[in-house]
Each structure stands twice: as structure tokens, then as C-alpha cells.
Design a protein around this ligand. Structure first.
Ligand SMILES: Nc1ncnc2c1ncn2[C@@H]1O[C@H](COP(=O)(O)OP(=O)(O)OP(=O)(O)O)[C@@H](O)[C@H]1O
Length: 251
């Protein structure tokens, strides 16, 4: 059984069936990509995993427990952390201050901005944040304002902020969207390093096939709300059904 098990999930928006009988099993400590053409239902599926949407029918189990009906922060506390397309960091704060936020939140159960304003006695939080920045190769940038960083480094910081919560499942929604090639390659390297060095499962929605084939061990192809095929990258490459879904070619 996978760490994440999606069974017979259906979701309609009015007359539109956005997800139809979706089954997905994500193996623990693997990198699993979900790909598919525009409108295939990828974001709808992701939103069902993180509590932003509730499926009409079906089940979503994480480590044997249902996530359905739980609030996003409760799902986060279960060990699921997500990174969205647009970096969600505080541009006015330094890199180090940003990194302290999830560490405060984990310690205190919630984050309050004034925690950042008075950090003189917060040696342990600062140390943990610095340690995390070192593992991300960002220690030299710790006093930089995060707004001034490249998109790739903002994404690096944001992924680090997710990791500071010690998640067991990291969900990434197009983590390289809008990035220059060099930043994309840095992000691929970072995610490879995370996957190699940690006990963590990564599920990624991504349009960029270079990213998908560089990282994923399993790929699920969604089309019109339904999984079309699930296989290894080698088998997915050139699969007639995948070509058909993307290019409208006949198999
Ligand atoms: N809140 C909503 N209300 C109505 N229709 C929606 C809603 N969210 C998504 N849809 C529709 O559901 C279908 C699946 O959309 P979804 O965004 O999940 O696809 P996607 O695979 O993520 O697409 P893209 O790659 O373009 O982001 C689309 O037809 C979309 O228009």
C-alpha cells in the first residue's frame, strides 16, 4: 500500500466532471509525477489532497488515515506540505527570518509575526533555521531581503521552509513554472538531493517534461479527469496513449 492512496475519486463542477474515478497510489519515499494536458484535472486532484476541495465521492488516505473533511492546516499537521506555483515567502523579511517562520509554527502550533520582531532569546530557532539554510547552500544569503532573490532561490527557500516542518509528503504544483533554464536545473538538483537524503515522498504536478523525466520514478498521466496510464518514465515516453492525449494523435 502506498503512503498516499486515492480511490475512486470523483469531482464535478456543475455539469463538468473534473475528476472521474481517479485511482492513484503513491509509494513511500518515491518521486511520483502527475502530468496531463491543460484542463486534465491535475490541480483539482491536488486540491482534493490538501483539503481545499472535497471530492463528491471516493477516498483519500494518507498513511492509513483519511484526509477528507480535514482543514488544510490539519492535513499539514498530518505530514503533508505543499509548494504552489508562485513562491509564498515574505518578501520584506530576510532569508533567515523567513526560515524561522515554519520553525516557530511547528514549536508553537501557530506563527505570530511578533515572534520575528523579538528573536534575541530564540537561539534554538535561529540555529535550526541556519542549519536548514546551510543544507540548502543558502547560508551566505541569510541576511538578504528575500524579495531581492532570483525566482529559483525564492523557490529554494520556500521548499526549505516546507522541509523545516519535517513533512513525509511534499506536494509540488509546477515548481519550475516561469523559471529560466538555469533556475529550473538548480531546482531539479535540489529536489533530487532532498529525495536522496531524506525519508520523504514527493508528488509533483509539472508541465515541463525535462523536470518530470529528470525526477520521477513513476508517472501518472491524467486526461479529461481520468488516469490514462501509470508507469515508469521509460514506458511513458513514447506511449501511444500519452501522445494521443497531448497531441491528438491516434494510437
Ligand atoms: N472551481 C471550479 N469551478 C468550475 N470549473 C472548474 C473549477 N476548477 C477547475 N474547473 C474545471 O475543471 C477542469 C479541470 O481543471 P484543472 O484546473 O484541475 O486542470 P489542470 O489539469 O490543472 O489544468 P492546467 O494544466 O491548465 O492547470 C477544467 O475544465 C476546469 O475548467
Amino acid at each position: 500500500m502506498g503512503i498516499l492512496e486515492v480511490k475512486n475519486v470523483n469531482k464535478r463542477f456543475g455539469g463538468l466532471q473534473a475528476l472521474g474515478d481517479v485511482n492513484l497510489s503513491v509509494e513511500e519515499n518515491s518521486v511520483h509525477a502527475i502530468i496531463g494536458p491543460n484542463g486534465a484535472g491535475k490541480s483539482t486532484l491536488l486540491n482534493c489532497l490538501i483539503g481545499k476541495l472535497i471530492p463528491d465521492t471516493g477516498s483519500v488516505m494518507f498513511d492509513g488515515q483519511s484526509v477528507l473533511g480535514r482543514k488544510p492546516y490539519e492535513i499539514n499537521q498530518m505530514g503533508i506540505s505543499r509548494v504552489f506555483q508562485t513562491p509564498e515567502i515574505f518578501g520584506d523579511l530576510t532569508v533567515l527570518e523567513n526560515m524561522m517562520i515554519p520553525i516557530f509554527a511547528k514549536r508553537d502550533g501557530a506563527f505570530r509575526m511578533h515572534a520575528i520582531e523579538n528573536t534575541l532569546n530564540e537561539k534554538s530557532v535561529i540555529e535550526q533555521a541556519e542549519h536548514m539554510l546551510e543544507s540548502l547552500n543558502m547560508a551566505d544569503a541569510r541576511h538578504d531581503h528575500s524579495a531581492s532573490m532570483s525566482r529559483g532561490n525564492k523557490r529554494r527557500l520556500e521548499i526549505g521552509m516546507c522541509l523545516a516542518q519535517n513533512p513525509r509528503l511534499l506536494l509540488l504544483d509546477e515548481p519550475t513554472a516561469g523559471m529560466a533554464r538555469a533556475d529550473t536545473n538548480n531546482t531539479i538538483d535540489l529536489l533530487k538531493q532532498i529525495s536522496d537524503e531524506r525519508d520523504i515522498t514527493i508528488a509533483i504536478i509539472e508541465h515541463d517534461m525535462h523536470v518530470v523525466f529528470s525526477l520521477a520514478q513513476r508517472i501518472t498521466v491524467l486526461a479529461q479527469g481520468t488516469p490514462l496510464v501509470e508507469d515508469t518514465p521509460d514506458k511513458i515516453k513514447g506511449h501511444p496513449k500519452v501522445r494521443e492525449a497531448y497531441l491528438g494523435e491516434t494510437a
